[in-house]
Design a protein around this ligand. Structure first.
Ligand SMILES: [Zn+2]
Length: 863
């Protein structure tokens, strides 16, 4: 306990009696505070010095009302000497410091309004301080690393912010800037020369994870759309790139905004609309009201951008804009329901983006964007339910992942099919109105859905889809006789033996050489007879998820599997082809389709595939199968033909973005001496590819891929690329990654060792890129030594890193491993770490799934 000022013994006694709360923010503490504190307001001042090594001094006043005196537990995960003083209602008070909390005793609190004033040094961990800019990232509960607060989603508060910054910096926050001349407070004055003070309008009620600001050397672009002003803060140095992207970025925001106002029936609730493009931002975007943060590379596209990147940009913008209602206006009560805001944002994004891309097959896009990613986790032993338990917010980060981002939208689309579009929209409107500026749980939304579902029990549906993990196995049984189909039955099985039934709507594709029939089917029990199929002609194939709706492991019947391996490319409907590719891949992982057969089909189908989305998916499966499911010898044998196919694809693709997709696949798999030599000529600007231009990031990636191939001049290639890079952020990243590609094993070892120091893990995308190359399949034998130490770091990674970091770390470490020895290291690690947090175990199991499957295949072959 630390004494801040002289304080009477009676207060000391009061403080000592109640036990301090545990570390992090437990559900119990959160409930206590949500019930106790009303009308919370923060008045915060941060003095941001020019040099990132200097501390940020800060001052805050927390105001709230209570019915009766009650202890005040503020979260602040910093050493005690970060707090310089605590006052309650104008008087210095003794405060306890325990387990990352500052505790003001109940005796210092009075019924009604209270004000606690704290002078402190802000923690840097969630401030992302760089040489000439910084930005906050508080999701899910990292605000309390920076300042003392009630760091939980259901104590919403108003924020009044003042920032002292170097005079030549910009700053942006949730609220609009106040004109300094209109503010009469000594806080309008900066504390020294070369500094200026900025104040921002008080926000409407926000949870801590949405409070945000960014400051630094940013350029500002302004766009006006439909009478509304948007501002874009960025650090892009390439003026042509900005000019090329600016209008599209403003247009996409304006379109999303007006669509959402219309759909929800609620005007944009947050006043001004700014966004900040941050280099190497941890996520695609973060939905701070009034100040969305984006990963710069997702919005500022290069000239060679693929159609997927254009779609990705539109989706990201629509996703974050949707959050202004879903998540920001109505927030989950506790972070176990974080998936709700994510699924709604994704779901709305799909609805918003579709009309802007008329030439895209959106059903196919939904399928390819969500199903493979959801299956990547849901098929593994590391899968988890959409809605999980969460005892303490310090584990909240681990909730995020493909189950939330990809499976939940699939589930939600099924829900919309049940409630119909207007019932679904009306339920959401009711929910947003009822809980505006407040919080709600999934079960509260289910209650509203139940009123709009015309008698179907949404609560029952929610049990299998939302509250339990895993996916069904769905088997096709087809019986034919002389007159055609005698019986077509779909059998659903819960592979985890719980007897769950995932009620869902399907479109079963029944194919003939010249045409295809799609039959709408409701699967509501373990066995469903497709009555409409009876008497139809004997088909060539039956694909139960042909319409891209069904979710599960579709075990195709033998005839269909054989037909697809021989004729998939002749199927006319691109959506059926996409579904068939996804099914074949899942069947490959189940050992029912061989990698060689799969790659033969891909080589034959790729030149004929006319849908760009399917091309991208097949290219991605091809790259994956090539590195993960072939032995080095098989790779060697297949490489010349594969490279030739990809070179042809580059030459024949019509649009630059398609050429770029083909080129990326080529770049990632080229291993023959001729293939690598050609890549090098392209990188050296010696050979031009008509219709394809390369940006700085493309050249960087080429240099990295060339270096990992171990060509004799890899050292010169890296050095030359480093000198070529103009953009300072990209240069810094490249210099960080370089040692991981060194031709000297000792340097590579060193490149790994430095990752053990948290200081060297600050830029997570840099770390992940280093790991990707350290663990590249071409370094297979060497990298096994990094495996165990990487796993041993996991718990620390979770403690010190951002929310996706543990899963991405295990992914980068395990993705390329394929040997039985590596699989054994993972099993040993899990066996010896039985007390590993459940979610980290899931991350390891999910990331190791390919490894376990690949090592089994290899072991089988070698027997
Ligand atoms: Zn989101």
């Amino acid at each position: 306990m630390e004494v801040i000022a002289a304080w009477p013994a009676v207060l000391a006694a009061a403080t000592m009696t109640s036990a301090p709360p545990e570390r992090g923010i437990s559900e119990a503490l959160a409930n206590e505070r949500a019930q106790t504190f009303q009308s919370v307001r923060y008045d915060l001042t941060f003095r941001v010095p020019e040099r990132k090594a200097e501390p940020i001094r800060a001052l805050e006043t927390v105001r709230f009302t209570v019915h009766a005196p009650h202890r005040v537990v503020l979260d602040f995960e910093q050493p005690r000497d970060h707090i310089q003083g605590v006052e309650a209602n104008g008087t210095a008070v003794p405060a306890d410091f325990a387990n990352g909390h500052v505790i003001v005793p109940a005796s210092a609190i009075k019924p009604g309004e209270n004000a606690i004033r704290i002078e402190f040094t802000a923690g840097d961990e969630s401030l992302n301080r760089n040489d000439d800019f910084l930005y906050t990232l508080y999701v899910p509960a990292r605000a309390h690393l920076a300042f003392p607060c009630f760091d939980q989603p259901n104590v919403k508060a108003r924020y009044q912010l003042a920032l002292e910054i170097p005079a030549d910096w910009q700053a942006v926050a949730n609220g609009a800037e106040l004109d300094p001349n209109t503010v009469s407070s000594d806080l309008t004055k900066a504390s020294g020369p070369g500094l200026r003070m900025m104040r921002f309008v008080e926000t409407r009620p926000l949870p801590t994870y949405l409070f945000a600001f960014a400051a630094g050397k940013f350029r500002v672009e302004t766009g006006v759309r439909d009478g509304r002003t948007f501002r874009m803060y960025h650090r892009e140095t390439d003026a042509a790139k900005v000019a090329r992207n600016r209008d599209a970025i403003f247009d996409l925001h304006a379109k999303a905004l007006s669509w959402l106002e219309d759909y929800t029936g609620i005007p944009y609730p947050w006043g001004k609309f700014d966004f900040v493009l941050i280099p190497s931002f941890q996520f695609g975007g973060m939905e701070h009201p009034g100040a969305i943060f984006y990963n710069a590379s997702g919005l500022m596209l290069d000239e060679s951008a693929t159609q997927n990147q254009f779609l990705g940009r539109a989706s990201t913008i629509s996703h974050e804009t949707s959050h202004m209602w879903f998540g920001d206006l109505v927030t989950m009560r506790w972070f176990n329901d974080v998936w709700m805001k994510e699924v709604m944002a994704n779901f709305m994004a799909a609805k918003i983006v579709n009309p802007s891309f008329r030439d895209v097959n959106h059903e196919l896009r939904f399928l390819l964007q969500h199903y493979p990613a959801a299956y990547d986790v849901d098929r593994t032993a590391g899968s988890n339910p959409i809605r999980q338990e969460l005892g303490n917010l310090n584990e909240a980060g681990a909730l995020y992942g493909p189950i939330i981002y990809d499976k939940a939208p699939i589930a939600m689309r099924q829900l919309e099919l049940i409630t119909r579009e207007d019932g679904f929209r009306d339920a959401l409107r009711e929910y947003l109105h009822e809980y505006s500026f407040g919080n709600a749980t999934w079960l509260e939304l289910v209650r509203i859905f139940d009123e709009h579902s015309r008698g179907r029990s949404i609560a029952a549906w929610s049990k299998a889809w939302i509250e339990q993990r895993g996916r069904p196995e769905i088997r096709t049984e087809l019986r034919t006789d002389a007159s055609g189909i005698a019986d077509l039955t779909l059998k659903m099985r819960d592979p985890l033996g719980r007897g769950l039934v995932w009620s869902q709507r399907l479109q079963v594709a029944i194919g003939y050489g010249d045409h295809e029939e799609k039959l709408g089917v409701s699967l509501d029990s373990r066995e469903t007879v497709v009555t409409q199929a009876r008497g139809m002609k004997t088909p060539l194939y039956v694909i139960p998820n042909g319409g891209g709706l069904g979710y599960g492991l579709f075990q195709l019947n033998d005839q269909t599997r054989r037909y697809l391996l021989e004729h998939l490319e002749t199927i006319r409907d691109p959506l059926t082809r996409g579904s068939a590719w996804v099914d074949l891949w899942e069947n490959l992982l189940e050992g029912q389709v061989g990698a060689a057969d799969f790659l033969d089909l891909a080589a034959r189908a790729l030149p004929k595939e006319v849908d760009e989305q399917n091309v991208q998916r097949i290219l991605s499966y091809t790259t994956h199968a090539f590195w993960q499911f072939l032995s080095p010898q098989e790779r060697k044998e297949r490489a010349p033909a594969l490279e030739a196919t990809l070179r042809q694809g580059i030459a024949h693709a019509f649009y630059g973005r398609e050429k770029s997709a083909w080129f990326t696949a080529y770049r990632d798999v080229a291993v023959t001496p001729d293939g690598v030599a050609w890549l090098k000529r392209v990188w050296r600007h010696e050979g031009r590819i008509p219709g394809l231009t390369f940006a700085e990031t493309d050249e960087i990636n080429m240099a990295l891929e060339l270096a990992i191939r171990g060509t004799p001049d890899s050292r010169e290639i890296l050095a030359e690329e480093r000198d070529r890079i103009q953009n300072p952020d990209r240069k810094a990243r490249f210099e960080f990654v370089m040692p991981a590609l060194s031709d000297d094993p000792a340097v590579r070892q060193q490149a790994f060792e430095r990752l053990k120091d948290v200081e060297n893990r600050r830029h997570e995308p840099w770390v992940l890129e280093s790991l990707k190359y350290l663990n590249h399949p071409l370094r297979q034998d060497e990298t096994r030594q990094f495996l165990r130490p990487s796993l041993d770091l996991l718990a620390e990674i979770q403690r010190t890193g951002d929310i996706f970091f543990p899963a991405r770390w295990t992914g980068a470490v395990l993705a390329s491993q394929r040997s039985p020895e590596a699989a054994k290291i993972v099993r040993d690690y899990l066996a010896k770490n039985l007390r590993l947090a459940e979610r980290l175990r899931w991350d390891v199991l999910a990331s190791a799934d390919d490894l376990i499957r690949a090592s089994k295949t290899i072991a089988k072959r070698e027997k």
